[in-house]
Design a protein around this ligand. Structure first.
Ligand SMILES: *Cc1c(COP(=O)(O)O)cnc(C)c1O
Length: 408
């Protein structure tokens, strides 16, 4: 019997090591990793420059407290400010913590303005994490069920709907911020119909009302959509941005990045973290950003993402059951007409690592280093499996869980 808590529906596989886009099991089988540990291993596995930088840092010093200066953390903050056009960074250890920092920052910003009961606008179908505040901000009833009472102070509106946000603005005077993903990841790879117009619109509403525009780029950031951050497709700059996943290439690190008044809101005693931005994690972050720059991985993500989407469209031109293939760089979703979580296991049996989210969406988040040959192999292997899956008769599942529907 395993002594691990039963929190994950795990696949029956254990890997021993990896190289680039490939992972290996103990029997020496080779798997094409099209998930990157859920958007974490952007540099692929065992990137030599990252391995060397981490080894060097471990030999010097892994951790010192944030009550001392940390040169590696300063350097990473400088770099993040430079590539985002923003001002200041708070470091933590994960995506939910980065969002917790953003939520606390927004509330403090509100209280500083004399708003007693500040509220934050959040989206339907969103995902912001599993801690109490971020779970409450998340737009998924299934994830929230059983954990009530939820944290109050969130107003929910439909995604990609500026009118809904304007209506909240006209009816409430205690809103302090909007928290939104530029591309919804867990929700099913949803990209606003006109991403630039939507985020320009949100920027304008925030400016008009004195709200903070807070973007959750935990999944979409760090080169994944072809720019450092997805907001850069819209030509705006947010007040607050949360990062994690790809930032440390697997060494846990999260960041809450802020600009202008939001960058000056926290003062000593208001927030903190023991591990946040320690020398090891900061070195991993800094090296990740350097490699993305040196190896032109943003450009590669854009190119490979479009190549993969177009190749799937050709493969599925005559396939009934594929609703749509959509992507923003290497955030790729293939929406099917019916639930397809079984595809994860089928793909695994065929030495391919993928994910299914929102029941019907095959989600691909390959490493940013994926090359053309690997991208084509991914498309050929996966499109074959999806065609077979769609051609097979539908299994009637009596398991009640399969019929449980989220209300949001
Ligand atoms: C994964 C994710 C989170 C949560 O990150 P953790 O590191 O698991 O806490 C938050 N927001 C988005 C958009 C994510 O994709």
């Amino acid at each position: 019997m395993s002594h691990l808590m039963n929190t994950y529906g795990r696949q029956p596989i254990t890997f021993t090591h990896g190289e680039g886009v490939w992972l290996y099991d103990a029997a020496g089988n080779k798997y094409l990793d099209a998930l990157s540990g859920v958007a974490v291993n952007g540099l692929g596995h065992a990137h030599p420059k990252l391995v060397k930088a981490i080894q060097n840092q471990v030999a010097k010093m892994i951790h010192v407290s944030n009550i001392y200066g940390i040169a590696e953390q300063e350097a990473l903050a400088d770099e993040l400010a430079e590539i985002s056009g923003m001002d200041k960074v708070f470091f933590c250890n994960s995506g939910c913590e980065a969002n917790e920092a953003a939520i606390k920052l927004a509330r403090l910003y509100g209280h500083n303005k004399g708003i007693e009961n500040p509220e934050i606008i959040v989206m339907e179908r969103s995902f912001h994490g599993r801690t109490m505040a971020t779970l409450s901000a998340t737009g998924n009833r299934k994830a929230q069920a059983g954990f009530e009472p939820l944290v109050s102070g969130f107003v929910r509106v439909p995604y990609d709907d500026l009118e809904a946000v304007k209506q909240v603005a006209s009816r409430k005077n205690n809103v302090v911020a909007i928290l939104v993903e530029p591309v919804q990841g867990e929700g099913g790879i949803h990209i606003p119909a006109d991403l630039a117009a939507y985020f320009k619109g949100l920027r304008q509403i925030c400016d008009d009302n004195g709200w903070l525009l807070m973007l959750d780029e935990v999944q979409s950031g760090i080169g994944r959509t072809g720019t450092w951050f997805a907001f850069q497709h819209a030509g705006i700059i947010p007040d607050v941005m949360s990062l994690a996943k790809g930032l440390g290439s697997g060494v846990p690190i999260g960041a809450c990045v802020a600009k202008g008044i939001a960058a000056e809101t926290f003062v000593p005693g208001k927030h903190g973290s023991t591990f946040g931005g320690n020398p090891l994690a900061s070195t991993a972050g800094l090296t990740t950003l350097n490699v993305i720059k040196e190896e032109k991985l943003r450009e590669n993500a854009m190119k490979m993402g479009d190549l993969i989407r177009e190749a799937f469209k050709v493969e599925f031109a005559h396939t009934k059951g594929v609703v749509v293939v959509r992507n923003a760089g290497l955030m790729i979703g293939i929406e099917l007409v019916r639930p397809c979580s079984d595809l994860v296991k089928i793909a695994l049996e065929n030495k391919l690592l993928i994910n299914v989210t929102a029941e019907k969406v095959v989600r691909l988040l390959p490493p940013l280093v994926i090359n053309e040959a690997e991208a084509k192999e991914l498309v050929i292997r996966l499109s074959g499996l999806i065609k077979q899956f769609l051609a097979a008769p539908i299994e009637i599942k009596l398991d009640a869980k399969h019929h449980e529907k989220a209300t949001w």
